[in-house]
Structure formats: C-alpha cells, structure tokens
Design a protein around this ligand. Structure first.
Ligand code: ZN
Length: 444
C-alpha cells in the first residue's frame, strides 16, 4: 500500500465504530424526515395515510420498521400522475443537476433527478465501493457498462474522483475492449460477471491467451455471480487477475457495496448517506443484521435533496456476513444471492436460480458455466421437478450418471427436486450484459 493507492477511499468513515455510526445516522435520519415533511408531497401524504402526521410522530431510526415501504411502482405512478418528475421531487426543478432514466415497462422511462449535492454523494459512496474492489488510483480501467442515459453513467464521475485512468468502451464492443487492454495497457476491467465469462471464450476463439493480457483486477457488478466461488475461480484463473464484486441500485446509488481483498462479501459503502435494513420479503418484517441472516435489502436515504427514498425495496436478496474483516472496514458485508423477483416457490420451498447455479457449478469442468431454469408454468409457484438445462463443459464427454448426481446434490443442498437436462456446450443463449437464469419460454 502506498500513499498514491489507498486501499480504503475514506478511512475515517469506513473504519468507524458501528455504534458511533448508528448515532450519526440516527441524527441524519431525523433531519431527512423533517425535510420530507417540509419538501416532499409524496412522502407527507404517504406518511399521513399511514398514521404519521408529523416528523415527531415518525420518531427516530429505532422506529423505522413501523413506516411503510416505498416500491419502484409507486415512483412510476407518481411520475405518470404528475409528469415529468412526480410528487416525490423534493427540490426546486432549477436545482436539478442531472436527469437519468431507467427503462420503463410501459415504454415511458422513469426519471431519476439529482442535485449536484446528490450527485456528489452518489460518487462518494461509489468511490468507496469501487476502491474496495481494487479499482484504485494508478489503475488503468476499462469500463464496459452502457453509460448512456442510465444512472451507471455517473460511474465515470466516481472513477474521476478516485483518480484512475478511465477508458470507457461500453457494451457490445469486445474488439475495442481487448484493443484497449493490448494497446493502452489497461490493467483493470469493470464488467458484469456474465460478460467476463464470455470474454474468456471470445479471446480463446481468436487465439488470444486471456492470461497474457496483463489484467490485474476485475470488478464485477450488475448481477449476482461474481461472488459464486466457481465463476470467480474460472475468471481469476483464465485472466490471472483478482475478481471482486460490487453492487448498486439505480434509485439509491450507482454503487453501494464493494468487496475487499478478503473476498468474503461486499462491504456497505453508504455510511452517513444511506441506511440499510434487512427484511423478510414475504412478510415485510424487519430482520436483525446478524451473521448468516438473509433477506431483502431495504434502503433509506439519509441525505437526499431531489428524490429522497424512505424504506425503498431493492428486491435484492442478500446473505449477511458480520465477522470482523482484516481490511479494516467495519461495515457489514453481504453476498447477493438473487432478485426477490426471480425467486420461485417449489412446493413451499423458496428457490433462487442463482443458488441452483452454485450447486451445478460444483460439477465443473463436466458442466459449463451457463445454465437456465425452465419453469413449466408462469408465475412464482411451481411443482417439482423443476426443469433445468445445463451445458456440458467445453469438450466434456457425455457422462451417463452426471444429471442424476447434479439432481441429488441440488436436492440435498436446496431441498428441491429438479430435472437436469444436459445440453451441448454453447447451446444456451449468452449475453454480453446479464445472463437470464430463468426462462419462461416453455411455460404454460
Ligand atoms: Zn474487508
């Protein structure tokens, strides 16, 4: 570690005692609630409807679990009813510094407006998260995200703040990406784990040895997978680099969690600016942040001007790691195991497709890294056996008992009955962005 490449972006905040952090967050939370009552028609109506007529009635951070959640659909509705920004815009329009959008299901984008202070906070949080993943000053970094109109665009501001040399190449431009590594000497990549895996095959098919590219670090985000030990090992071995995960969520911050060199999950990077809770996605009940606990992450902005968020449901299902970390960061760590929306319920048992993949991957190299769950009917509720297509590994011979062995491993690990169908390597669709772990193509 040298002065020019700090391993922690903001040591004062990131190594702070959790109890002291709680006191700070509690004070900021009260200020933000007062701001909502003063400035946000959306929130004062919502809170009044829920029986909280004033900031005093809302109380402090210890009582946050009594408040209603905010769903993405509510924000969409608010914008449809009061275009273009909705009743949740809490800052004067002339103070909006940037307007991002997310792709809307109805064709109308959902707008996310930020003031310059909001943007500063986003890039600060993201800088903490990226630096944890090894994207540090002195690195030459190729980013492969579609920056375009999306919130991910602000990742560029965050990289400038860290002080890396940033080479944006965007999505679907593998030739340019490899060229940037070879000609410009880039030593780090930011990509989705699916794309990182795709790159291995892409390089080898063109006679390029991935391990000769000189990459030192890969920061993967955008989908779960980077934390899957088999996927991580495959990428690390192919490129002879380190792979660390990051995770953000458009409405809350570009990046919000970042995994350090210990690779035991992603540290929360939102201290002072965002409060995170864990809930049971089925009942909405608050769950304690304890080692091994799992549930959906829910976020509350502690300092947000344009579009504040109170108990915003992320739909990201995480497992918590509370063991002290050797990197010095004191914030909790999580591993994301999937989207609440991807969860299937097979005769009463909750199943995440990414959890199935983790078990399937243990059979590598007999299997490849691409698999897809093909439910027989639409919706969450499924009957066993759940059909799963799994690719054989590259060059792997047909193996008579393989499907049965995978089925029985999944049954003992996840208590769910599946039917494994092995397909040739390369038979399933690949994505340069995110791979679909579930396809309802055959569902009735
Ligand atoms: Zn750590």
């Amino acid at each position: 570690m040298t002065a020019t490449s700090p391993a922690i972006f903001d040591p004062a905040v990131e190594t702070r005692d959790p109890a002291e952090q709680r006191v700070r967050d509690a004070a900021r939370y009260r200020q933000q609630i007062a701001y909502l009552f003063e400035r946000s028609p959306f929130y004062w109506r919502k809170l009044a409807d829920a029986g909280f007529a004033s900031a005093d009635a809302v109380g402090g951070l210890d009582d946050i679990h009594r408040l209603p959640f905010t769903e993405k659909d509510e924000l969409r509705r608010s914008q449809a009813e009061e275009p273009p920004f909705g009743a949740h815009l809490a800052a004067p329009p002339e103070r909006i510094a940037r307007i991002y959008s997310t792709s809307g299901t109805t064709g109308v984008p959902c707008y996310i407006a930020v003031t310059s202070r909001d943007l500063h906070i986003w890039t600060e949080i993201s800088a903490r998260s990226y630096v944890a993943t090894g994207i540090r000053r002195g690195r030459r970094v190729v980013s492969t995200y579609n920056l375009g109109p999306f919130v991910a665009g602000a990742a560029g501001d965050s990289l400038t703040k860290i002080g890396v040399t940033h080479i944006p190449v965007g999505t679907g431009n593998t030739e340019r990406l490899i060229g940037a590594i070879q000609r410009l000497g880039a030593d780090a990549i930011m990509a989705t784990p699916s794309y990182a895996v795709h790159l291995i095959d892409w390089c080898r098919a063109r006679g390029i040895a991935p391990e000769m590219l000189g990459l030192k670090q890969m920061a993967v985000a955008g989908e779960p997978g980077g934390g899957d030990p088999v996927i991580r090992k495959r990428i690390e071995e192919a490129f002879r680099c380190k792979v660390n995960e990051a995770m953000g969520i458009g409405d809350v911050s570009i990046s919000l969690w970042g995994e350090c060199e210990e690779q035991g999950g992603m540290h929360f990077g939102g201290r002072d600016f965002v409060h995170v809770e864990l809930i049971d996605p089925a009942t909405g009940a608050a769950l304690p942040f304890e080692d091994g606990a799992q549930g959906e992450a829910v976020y509350t902005a502690l300092e947000r001007e344009a579009m504040p968020l109170l108990r915003f449901r992320s739909r990201d299902h995480v497992v918590v790691n509370m063991t002290p970390c050797s990197c010095g960061r004191t914030a909790p760590r999580v591993r994301c195991i999937g989207r609440t929306d991807d969860m299937l319920i097979v005769r009463g048992v909750n199943v995440f497709p990414s959890a199935i993949r983790t078990v399937v991957n243990q059979f590598a190299p007999a299997v490849g890294e691409v698999m897809q769950v093909r439910p027989a009917r639409r919706g969450v509720q499924q009957e066993p056996p759940l059909r799963v297509l799994v690719e054989r590994g590259p060059g792997a011979e047909a193996d008579a008992g393989l499907a049965e062995r995978i089925e029985s491993a999944i049954r003992s690990a996840l208590v769910v009955r599946v039917r494994i169908e092995l397909v040739p390597h390369g038979a399933l669709p690949r994505s340069e962005y995110k791979s679909a772990l579930v396809s309802f193509a055959d569902a009735t």
